[in-house]
Design a protein around this ligand. Structure first.
Ligand SMILES: C[S@@+](CC[C@H](N)C(=O)[O-])C[C@H]1O[C@@H](n2cnc3c(N)ncnc32)[C@H](O)[C@@H]1O
Length: 254
Protein backbone atom coordinates (compact mmCIF):
# COMPACT_ATOMS: atom_id res chain seq x y z
CA UNK A 1 0.00 0.00 0.00
CA UNK A 2 1.41 3.42 -0.97
CA UNK A 3 0.43 6.21 1.38
CA UNK A 4 -1.07 9.38 -0.15
CA UNK A 5 1.94 11.56 0.71
CA UNK A 6 4.26 9.34 -1.33
CA UNK A 7 1.72 8.77 -4.11
CA UNK A 8 0.93 12.47 -4.61
CA UNK A 9 4.56 13.46 -4.07
CA UNK A 10 5.47 11.27 -7.03
CA UNK A 11 2.45 12.36 -9.09
CA UNK A 12 2.65 16.14 -8.47
CA UNK A 13 4.69 16.94 -11.60
CA UNK A 14 2.43 14.83 -13.84
CA UNK A 15 -0.95 15.48 -12.19
CA UNK A 16 -2.16 17.64 -15.10
CA UNK A 17 -1.58 14.75 -17.53
CA UNK A 18 -4.72 13.02 -16.25
CA UNK A 19 -6.74 15.80 -17.90
CA UNK A 20 -6.83 16.75 -21.57
CA UNK A 21 -6.42 20.38 -20.44
CA UNK A 22 -5.96 20.62 -16.67
CA UNK A 23 -6.38 24.40 -16.39
CA UNK A 24 -9.55 24.44 -18.54
CA UNK A 25 -10.98 21.71 -16.30
CA UNK A 26 -9.85 23.57 -13.16
CA UNK A 27 -11.58 26.75 -14.33
CA UNK A 28 -14.78 24.86 -15.06
CA UNK A 29 -14.65 23.22 -11.60
CA UNK A 30 -14.00 26.62 -10.05
CA UNK A 31 -17.01 28.12 -11.85
CA UNK A 32 -19.31 25.34 -10.64
CA UNK A 33 -18.00 25.41 -7.06
CA UNK A 34 -18.09 29.22 -6.94
CA UNK A 35 -21.73 29.09 -7.98
CA UNK A 36 -22.47 26.45 -5.31
CA UNK A 37 -20.82 28.61 -2.66
CA UNK A 38 -22.82 31.64 -3.80
CA UNK A 39 -26.01 29.54 -3.65
CA UNK A 40 -25.18 29.02 0.03
CA UNK A 41 -24.70 32.75 0.64
CA UNK A 42 -20.91 32.72 0.35
CA UNK A 43 -19.67 35.41 -2.03
CA UNK A 44 -16.21 36.81 -2.77
CA UNK A 45 -14.26 38.02 -0.84
CA UNK A 46 -15.41 35.34 1.66
CA UNK A 47 -12.69 33.24 3.30
CA UNK A 48 -12.49 29.68 1.92
CA UNK A 49 -10.13 26.93 3.07
CA UNK A 50 -9.34 24.08 0.68
CA UNK A 51 -7.95 21.45 3.06
CA UNK A 52 -6.93 18.93 0.35
CA UNK A 53 -5.92 21.38 -2.36
CA UNK A 54 -3.38 19.23 -4.22
CA UNK A 55 -1.88 21.22 -7.09
CA UNK A 56 -4.73 23.75 -6.78
CA UNK A 57 -7.40 22.43 -9.16
CA UNK A 58 -10.18 24.09 -7.15
CA UNK A 59 -8.23 26.49 -4.90
CA UNK A 60 -6.65 28.47 -7.75
CA UNK A 61 -9.80 29.22 -9.77
CA UNK A 62 -11.73 30.07 -6.58
CA UNK A 63 -8.97 32.51 -5.61
CA UNK A 64 -9.06 33.93 -9.15
CA UNK A 65 -12.78 34.66 -8.60
CA UNK A 66 -11.95 36.81 -5.58
CA UNK A 67 -12.49 34.35 -2.73
CA UNK A 68 -9.74 34.66 -0.12
CA UNK A 69 -8.44 31.09 -0.30
CA UNK A 70 -6.10 29.20 2.01
CA UNK A 71 -5.08 25.91 0.43
CA UNK A 72 -3.39 23.10 2.32
CA UNK A 73 -2.46 19.53 1.55
CA UNK A 74 -0.52 16.62 3.00
CA UNK A 75 1.82 16.55 -0.01
CA UNK A 76 4.58 19.15 0.05
CA UNK A 77 5.27 18.45 -3.64
CA UNK A 78 1.64 19.13 -4.58
CA UNK A 79 1.65 22.36 -2.56
CA UNK A 80 4.89 23.44 -4.25
CA UNK A 81 3.30 22.80 -7.65
CA UNK A 82 0.18 24.77 -6.62
CA UNK A 83 2.49 27.67 -5.66
CA UNK A 84 4.16 27.59 -9.08
CA UNK A 85 0.80 27.40 -10.90
CA UNK A 86 -0.50 30.35 -8.84
CA UNK A 87 2.60 32.46 -9.51
CA UNK A 88 2.51 31.70 -13.26
CA UNK A 89 -1.11 32.91 -13.41
CA UNK A 90 -0.75 35.87 -11.05
CA UNK A 91 -3.24 34.35 -8.58
CA UNK A 92 -2.89 35.15 -4.88
CA UNK A 93 -3.71 32.62 -2.20
CA UNK A 94 -2.16 31.22 0.97
CA UNK A 95 -0.68 27.73 0.66
CA UNK A 96 0.69 25.41 3.31
CA UNK A 97 1.44 21.78 4.02
CA UNK A 98 -0.96 20.27 6.58
CA UNK A 99 -2.63 16.99 7.39
CA UNK A 100 -6.42 17.40 7.29
CA UNK A 101 -6.61 15.27 10.44
CA UNK A 102 -4.72 17.95 12.38
CA UNK A 103 -5.22 21.32 10.70
CA UNK A 104 -3.56 24.18 12.56
CA UNK A 105 -6.12 26.50 14.20
CA UNK A 106 -7.03 29.51 12.04
CA UNK A 107 -6.61 33.02 13.45
CA UNK A 108 -10.15 33.75 12.18
CA UNK A 109 -12.91 31.30 11.21
CA UNK A 110 -13.44 30.54 7.54
CA UNK A 111 -16.78 31.05 5.81
CA UNK A 112 -16.41 27.70 4.04
CA UNK A 113 -14.12 24.71 3.85
CA UNK A 114 -13.91 22.61 0.68
CA UNK A 115 -12.33 19.22 -0.05
CA UNK A 116 -12.87 18.08 -3.61
CA UNK A 117 -12.21 15.26 -6.01
CA UNK A 118 -12.37 12.25 -3.76
CA UNK A 119 -9.84 13.34 -1.14
CA UNK A 120 -11.67 12.25 2.04
CA UNK A 121 -11.70 8.57 0.93
CA UNK A 122 -7.92 8.58 1.42
CA UNK A 123 -8.76 8.42 5.14
CA UNK A 124 -9.04 4.69 5.48
CA UNK A 125 -10.35 4.30 9.02
CA UNK A 126 -13.36 5.68 10.87
CA UNK A 127 -10.95 7.24 13.40
CA UNK A 128 -9.02 9.10 10.67
CA UNK A 129 -12.21 10.31 8.99
CA UNK A 130 -13.59 11.49 12.35
CA UNK A 131 -10.34 13.32 13.14
CA UNK A 132 -10.41 15.06 9.75
CA UNK A 133 -14.04 16.17 10.07
CA UNK A 134 -13.45 17.45 13.63
CA UNK A 135 -10.43 19.35 12.43
CA UNK A 136 -12.40 20.86 9.52
CA UNK A 137 -15.25 21.74 11.91
CA UNK A 138 -12.70 23.60 14.03
CA UNK A 139 -12.05 26.05 11.17
CA UNK A 140 -15.71 27.13 11.05
CA UNK A 141 -18.07 29.11 13.23
CA UNK A 142 -21.62 27.77 13.65
CA UNK A 143 -23.36 28.20 10.29
CA UNK A 144 -20.11 27.88 8.34
CA UNK A 145 -20.26 25.62 5.29
CA UNK A 146 -18.39 22.43 4.48
CA UNK A 147 -18.50 21.19 0.88
CA UNK A 148 -16.82 18.00 -0.34
CA UNK A 149 -16.98 15.83 -3.43
CA UNK A 150 -16.30 12.11 -3.60
CA UNK A 151 -16.66 9.38 -6.14
CA UNK A 152 -20.08 7.73 -6.13
CA UNK A 153 -18.97 4.69 -4.13
CA UNK A 154 -22.57 3.57 -3.56
CA UNK A 155 -22.84 2.92 -7.31
CA UNK A 156 -19.22 1.81 -7.70
CA UNK A 157 -19.51 -0.90 -5.02
CA UNK A 158 -22.93 -1.99 -6.29
CA UNK A 159 -21.60 -2.29 -9.87
CA UNK A 160 -18.21 -3.73 -8.84
CA UNK A 161 -16.43 -1.18 -11.03
CA UNK A 162 -12.91 -2.32 -11.94
CA UNK A 163 -11.33 0.94 -13.02
CA UNK A 164 -11.48 4.03 -15.20
CA UNK A 165 -11.50 3.42 -18.94
CA UNK A 166 -8.40 4.74 -20.69
CA UNK A 167 -8.72 8.17 -22.27
CA UNK A 168 -6.60 9.12 -25.27
CA UNK A 169 -5.33 12.71 -25.26
CA UNK A 170 -3.64 14.09 -28.36
CA UNK A 171 -2.02 17.32 -27.24
CA UNK A 172 0.49 19.35 -29.27
CA UNK A 173 0.85 16.44 -31.68
CA UNK A 174 1.78 14.04 -28.89
CA UNK A 175 -0.39 11.17 -27.73
CA UNK A 176 -0.92 10.06 -24.16
CA UNK A 177 -3.22 7.42 -22.72
CA UNK A 178 -4.38 7.63 -19.11
CA UNK A 179 -6.58 5.31 -17.09
CA UNK A 180 -6.91 3.37 -13.86
CA UNK A 181 -7.11 -0.31 -12.92
CA UNK A 182 -8.66 -1.08 -9.51
CA UNK A 183 -8.01 -4.00 -7.19
CA UNK A 184 -10.72 -4.47 -4.55
CA UNK A 185 -10.25 -5.92 -1.08
CA UNK A 186 -12.29 -9.08 -0.45
CA UNK A 187 -14.89 -7.16 1.57
CA UNK A 188 -15.13 -4.35 -1.02
CA UNK A 189 -14.38 -1.73 1.65
CA UNK A 190 -11.06 -0.57 0.17
CA UNK A 191 -9.71 -0.39 -3.34
CA UNK A 192 -6.12 -0.20 -4.50
CA UNK A 193 -5.95 1.95 -7.60
CA UNK A 194 -3.22 1.78 -10.22
CA UNK A 195 -3.08 4.99 -12.24
CA UNK A 196 -1.30 4.52 -15.54
CA UNK A 197 -0.06 7.03 -18.07
CA UNK A 198 1.48 6.04 -21.39
CA UNK A 199 3.24 8.78 -23.30
CA UNK A 200 4.55 8.72 -26.82
CA UNK A 201 8.18 9.84 -26.72
CA UNK A 202 9.25 9.88 -30.39
CA UNK A 203 9.10 6.30 -31.64
CA UNK A 204 8.94 4.90 -28.08
CA UNK A 205 6.25 4.77 -25.38
CA UNK A 206 7.09 5.83 -21.83
CA UNK A 207 4.92 4.25 -19.13
CA UNK A 208 4.31 5.32 -15.52
CA UNK A 209 2.14 3.35 -13.08
CA UNK A 210 1.43 4.74 -9.62
CA UNK A 211 -0.68 3.12 -6.92
CA UNK A 212 -2.55 4.13 -3.80
CA UNK A 213 -5.49 2.96 -1.67
CA UNK A 214 -8.94 4.46 -1.16
CA UNK A 215 -11.73 3.57 1.17
CA UNK A 216 -15.08 2.99 -0.57
CA UNK A 217 -16.73 5.72 1.49
CA UNK A 218 -20.49 5.32 1.25
CA UNK A 219 -22.82 8.30 1.47
CA UNK A 220 -24.53 7.11 4.67
CA UNK A 221 -21.13 6.65 6.33
CA UNK A 222 -19.98 10.17 5.48
CA UNK A 223 -23.36 11.64 6.44
CA UNK A 224 -23.19 9.93 9.85
CA UNK A 225 -19.56 10.96 10.41
CA UNK A 226 -20.40 14.58 9.56
CA UNK A 227 -23.24 14.57 12.03
CA UNK A 228 -21.01 13.13 14.78
CA UNK A 229 -18.32 15.73 14.04
CA UNK A 230 -20.69 18.66 14.63
CA UNK A 231 -22.36 19.32 11.29
CA UNK A 232 -26.08 19.65 10.54
CA UNK A 233 -28.23 19.98 7.41
CA UNK A 234 -26.15 17.39 5.57
CA UNK A 235 -27.30 17.27 1.96
CA UNK A 236 -26.06 15.42 -1.09
CA UNK A 237 -26.21 17.12 -4.49
CA UNK A 238 -25.90 14.99 -7.60
CA UNK A 239 -24.33 16.15 -10.86
CA UNK A 240 -27.64 17.04 -12.53
CA UNK A 241 -28.39 19.40 -9.63
CA UNK A 242 -24.94 20.77 -8.84
CA UNK A 243 -23.27 20.73 -12.26
CA UNK A 244 -20.20 19.16 -10.59
CA UNK A 245 -18.96 15.87 -12.00
CA UNK A 246 -19.03 13.99 -8.67
CA UNK A 247 -21.64 13.83 -5.91
CA UNK A 248 -21.17 16.81 -3.59
CA UNK A 249 -22.01 16.83 0.10
CA UNK A 250 -22.77 20.13 1.83
CA UNK A 251 -23.17 20.55 5.57
CA UNK A 252 -23.36 23.39 8.05
CA UNK A 253 -21.37 23.63 11.25
CA UNK A 254 -23.64 23.42 14.30
C1 LIG B 1 -7.43 13.27 -5.76
S1 LIG B 1 -6.39 14.45 -5.03
C2 LIG B 1 -7.37 15.92 -5.19
C3 LIG B 1 -6.56 17.17 -5.00
C4 LIG B 1 -7.26 18.44 -5.43
N1 LIG B 1 -8.46 18.68 -4.66
C5 LIG B 1 -7.55 18.35 -6.92
O1 LIG B 1 -8.71 18.10 -7.31
O2 LIG B 1 -6.60 18.48 -7.69
C6 LIG B 1 -6.50 14.06 -3.30
C7 LIG B 1 -5.65 14.98 -2.44
O3 LIG B 1 -5.88 14.66 -1.06
C8 LIG B 1 -4.66 14.87 -0.38
N2 LIG B 1 -4.67 14.17 0.90
C9 LIG B 1 -4.79 12.83 1.11
N3 LIG B 1 -4.72 12.57 2.45
C10 LIG B 1 -4.59 13.78 3.07
C11 LIG B 1 -4.46 14.18 4.42
N4 LIG B 1 -4.46 13.28 5.43
N5 LIG B 1 -4.34 15.49 4.69
C12 LIG B 1 -4.36 16.42 3.69
N6 LIG B 1 -4.44 16.09 2.40
C13 LIG B 1 -4.57 14.79 2.07
C14 LIG B 1 -3.62 14.33 -1.33
O4 LIG B 1 -2.31 14.74 -1.01
C15 LIG B 1 -4.16 14.85 -2.67
O5 LIG B 1 -3.59 16.09 -3.01
Amino acid sequence: MVDPRTFYGDLAGDYHLMFRDWWASAQHQGDVLGELLRRHGIHPPARVADCTCGIGTQALPLAAQGFRVAGSDLSAAAVARARTEARDRGIELALSVADVRALPPADRPFDAVVSCDNSLPHLLTDADLAAALRSIRGLLDPGGLFLASTRDYDAIVRDQVAGVMPAVHDVDGRRRIVGQAWQWSADHRTVEIHVFCLRREGPEWAAAVRSTTYRALLRDELTAALSTAGFADVRWLFPDESGYYQPVVVAQAR
